[in-house]
Design a protein around this ligand. Structure first.
Ligand code: BGC
Length: 294
């Protein structure tokens, strides 16, 4: 069996995957923000013991551990290069966690992990060329080329959320101005929604659905930005399919219908690839992390 972590800025989620690619036990605990790397390793270790205990599985049955993180990684050396939302920079996570768990540890970008899961069991199954864009606190993305996950030429993981959408635009968490993440993430809806008294992406979208003029205008601007972004990805990759994931997809056809129309209008090609909702669910990151474990 394989063990996987999806480390996010809010929670650390972990789980145990059996040979049929099913998570048999999972658990999550708050990310110990601002408490340093040792505290993060402590939470990871506690999750490991707790999950193995609940599953009644002993350590000898774990063949490897995978870790998904929201940032760039050096997969060969097991170093998190920059995960701004975690405050990890040049963090040797593979060695630190490996020493705590006495297991081989493999590292992967969180969106790449989710892409692997979507390709194996979800919305990208059967594709040769495809992309997953995860819309959450940040924007993550993973690419499938020739039927396999493309982890970047230097295996740092690709970072499509940091393609610049506006010169001199909003400041992104990475420090650069105008990144797609600053315009297409759920955080953008939350920040802008708060100014209208709707302090979450869901509340803002509900208000737009109820025809509140300012909320509707904001939502339309968001669709326009996300559409431009996805159309650029289509033009770059010519993929068979693009899946989008994250809580905002809960808006269903209210988001997807205008988004598809917008991408179609901006796409260079005569026909636009399918845009579908990711289907491997919230556990895609953990599942993908497990899948890269040796
Ligand atoms: C990070 C990506 C990550 C995405 C989603 C971005 O800010 O740069 O590495 O995949 O957030 O967590």
């Amino acid at each position: 069996m394989r063990f996987g972590y999806d480390i996010g800025g809010t929670n650390i989620a972990a789980g145990l995957l059996n040979d049929e690619n099913k998570l048999i036990v999972k658990e999550s605990r708050p990310f110990p923000r601002g408490q340093g790397t040792d505290a993060v390793i402590g939470v990871c270790e506690a999750l490991y013991r707790s999950i193995l205990g609940k599953a009644d599985v002993s350590e000898e049955h774990i063949t490897g551990v995978g870790v998904a993180v929201p940032g760039s990684v050096n997969a060969d050396k097991g170093i998190v290069i920059d995960a701004h939302n975690l405050g990890f920079h040049d963090t040797p996570l593979m060695d630190l966690l490996g020493a705590a768990l006495h297991q081989p540890v493999a590292l992967i970008n969180d969106a790449d992990a989710a892409t692997l899961a979507e390709h194996r069991i979800g919305a990208l199954k059967g594709t040769e060329t495809a992309a997953l864009i995860t819309i959450g606190t940040g924007i993550g993305g993973g690419l499938i080329f020739n039927g396999e996950l493309y982890r970047g030429g230097r295996k740092n993981g690709t970072e499509p959320g940091h393609m610049v959408l506006r010169n001199g635009g909003r400041k992104c968490t990475c420090g650069i101005e105008g990144c797609a993440e600053a315009y297409c993430s759920a955080t953008r809806l939350t920040v802008d929604g708060a100014k209208l008294g709707h302090p979450s992406a869901k509340e803002l979208i509900d208000a737009a659905r109820n025809d509140e003029p300012e909320a509707l205008q904001l939502f339309k601007t968001y669709v326009d930005d996300l559409g431009s972004y996805l159309a650029s990805i289509v033009n770059l990759l010519d993929p068979e399919r693009i899946a989008i994931g994250g809580g905002v997809c809960g808006a269903g056809s209210f988001l997807l219908d205008p988004l598809r129309a917008d991408v179609e209008q901006k796409c260079f090609f005569k026909t636009c690839p399918e845009i579908v909702v990711a289907s491997a669910g919230n556990d895609a990151g953990i599942i993908g992390a497990c899948l890269i474990a040796e």
